[in-house]
Design a protein around this ligand. Structure first.
Ligand code: AKG
Ligand code: FE2
Length: 324
């Protein structure tokens, strides 16, 4: 899963970089095969529409699989890996929790403003900034040449001064910190790990042919005064082959979660192109549903059941059971 260069990076060095510089980067921390296997678990072309499962949703030019702990064993393994837990254990000096996670694909345009991720929410609304320590893990799942993650050097030190702001403007950052902007245009598999108090964004871009895929998760040192901080972690129990107290605490077993899954989506957050392509998929299904409805409304229920029985027997070439 992880490359030797990441596994061999000393955890105390990573933590020391995080404490001093506010970030740590490891190019190709995930091996290529792991990225491929992870992406195979996520079908960004299959969108949830009355589907009784977790899956992909659309928010404008981004597609999200938020509940990846329930749908992707590879992302579960990365998020709960010993290396990640060891970094967290050394970085935090109290209990830490996974507060959100998602896999997403950004296409065509991106306009993310400069921000920090120390957000407190009421429902889906960001209401204020908190001072809990926290770490943002971001893995590139595609080669990133545009829409790269950007971070303002040393901003984890001064960002609390701007806790009254939800975003920082481009003109403010350009006028005061242009020379401190780091742009991480890097290969598939790269890990960017940073203090959630660091000012960052995905560099704005516009290119109809470009797509970036990412796995992101955030871990916060959630104190007792912040019960409810975080999104719920929906986990596929099949994946829990490493369950121990450390993982349970980290995933927040028995811990309240008040925030809804990010992003909040509905048919209204789909682009006209996505709605059109969905209509094309729905049209044949609509005719099928109408035909079915017509047949079942014309034929008495008993006959329908008998037809189904006959088809079943013919299909499997079974003998009629004695009691029928
Ligand atoms: O995708 C990125 O580069 C940054 C994402 C981010 O900062 C966020 O979702 O809060
Ligand atoms: Fe962020």
């Amino acid at each position: 899963m992880f490359s030797l260069s990441f596994l061999n990076s000393s955890t105390s060095q990573i933590v020391s970089d995080l404490k001093t510089k506010g970030y740590f980067v490891c190019e190709q921390a995930l091996i290529e095969q792991c990225v491929e296997e992870l992406l195979q678990e996520v079908d960004f072309n299959k969108i949830l529409v009355n589907t009784n499962d977790v899956g992909v949703v659309i928010a404008y030019d981004q597609k999200f699989l938020t509940h990846c702990l329930a749908h992707s064993k590879k992302s579960f393994d990365i998020i709960t890996s010993q290396k990640v837990l060891d970094i967290c254990k050394q970085y935090f000096d109290d209990n830490y929790k996974l507060t959100n996670h998602r896999i997403y694909q950004t296409s065509k345009v991106g306009n993310m403003p400069w921000h920090t991720d120390n957000n407190l929410q009421i429902g889906k609304k960001l209401v204020s900034k908190h001072d809990m320590p926290g770490l943002l893990f971001l893995f590139y799942l595609s080669d990133v040449t545009k829409n790269a993650f950007q971070l303002v050097k040393d901003s984890h030190i001064w960002s609390p001064k701007f806790n009254h702001e939800i975003y920082l403007t481009e003109s403010f950052i350009d006028s005061k910190y242009k020379k401190d902007i780091l742009t991480f245009s890097m290969k598939k598999g790269t890990l960017i790990l940073c203090d959630i108090h660091a000012v960052h964004r995905a560099e704005p871009f516009q290119d109809k042919t470009y797509t970036r895929s990412t796995l992101l998760f955030q871990v916060d040192q959630v104190g007792s005064e912040y019960v409810g901080h975080g999104e719920k972690n929906i986990v596929n129990t099949e994946y829990l082959d490493n369950l121990n107290l450390e993982v349970m605490e980290y995933l927040g077993f028995g811990f309240k979660r008040n925030y809804p899954a990010f992003p909040s989506t509905s048919a209204a957050t789909m682009t006209p192109e996505d709605i059109f392509s969905l209509q094309k998929q729905l049209l044949p299904q609509m005719f099928k549903a109408f035909t079915k409805k017509l047949v079942t409304s014309l034929l008495p229920g008993k006959i329908v059941v008998n037809i189904k029985r006959i088809l079943w027997l013919l299909k499997d070439n079974k003998k009629t059971p004695k009691n029928n």
